[in-house]
Write a protein that binds this ligand. Structure first.
Ligand code: AMP
Length: 243
């Protein structure tokens, strides 16, 4: 469903008119580095990361009613219902620490989520989409080497971001594990779902006039990718240069 078809949705204001709140949507397939780039952006801009994947995993870990609804779907690499994620995100962005802005990591993931997000965004919020573009072959090899700390959630990678000691978290010494949904068969299911349901979101954003930057995230390291993002946000005037 194209976003432009919804008469309630207006193109966002330009950054020059409005600098009060910046919603940065980090967009890209599973394994494109959204989580890693979110961390750079949090450090640079001092605004929070909102990762729907992390929020949902926390519900599963705590065994909440939401966790019970989503657990099986997440294990299979399938998306969870739109209404449920929308509510999680909308509750989160109303919190005081989101007043200056926030980074959406892994949301929106369907055209319906994008439509709802744009409907609820405050009029003083400027939205910008950063699309991390990565070759699928790169993703499959990256995710095969991915490990996560079960305690603090830090991600490591055998190729680009190794822990100081093999198999152990640098931050808390916990033994690293493979995330269940990083198994190759599940990765393939997630990439298929991305192609079918999520990729159309980017076109919808474009048609709705939301500023969108495409960043090559295939063959540069995380720091270089971050510099590209920073360059795009500064040169467009969305973030003051030298911040
Ligand atoms: P992620 O860590 O972002 O790759 O998300 C892990 C899993 O959480 C996904 O495979 C989905 O099952 C679920 N999930 C995360 N974000 C969303 C979303 N915006 N919409 C639906 N399901 C989601």
């Amino acid at each position: 469903m194209p976003i432009l078809a919804d008469p309630d949705i207006k193109p966002v204001a330009s950054a020059q008119e409005n600098r009060r709140s910046l919603a940065i949507v980090l967009f890209g397939s599973p394994g494109s580095g959204k989580g890693t780039q979110s961390k750079y952006l949090v450090r640079w801009l001092g605004i929070p990361q909102i990762s729907t994947g992390d929020m949902l995993r926390e519900h599963v870990r705590l065994g909440t009613p939401i966790g019970k609804v989503v657990e099986a779907r997440m294990k299979a690499g399938a998306l969870v219902p739109d209404r449920l994620v929308n509510e999680l995100v909308f509750d989160r962005i109303r919190k005081p620490d989101c007043e200056r802005g926030y980074i959406l990591d892994g949301y929106p993931r369907t055209p319906e989520q994008a439509t709802e997000l744009m409907r609820v965004l405050a009029s003083d919020t400027t939205e910008v989409v950063i699309h991390l573009v990565v070759d699928y072959n790169v993703i499959i090899s990256r995710m095969a080497g991915r490990r996560v700390c079960p305690k603090c959630g830090t991600l490591y990678n055998a190729i680009s971001n190794r822990p100081a000691k093999e198999g152990v978290c640098d931050l808390d010494g916990e033994t690293l594990v493979v995330r269940e949904d990083d198994r190759p068969d599940v990765v393939r299911a997630r990439l298929n779902e991305y192609e079918e349901l999520t990729r159309p979101v980017i076109e919808s954003f474009g048609r709705a006039g939301v500023q969108l930057f495409e960043v090559n995230a295939s063959d540069q390291g995380p720091q270089a990718i971050f510099e590209s993002i920073r360059g795009a946000l500064e040169s467009s005037g969305l973030v003051e240069a030298g911040k």
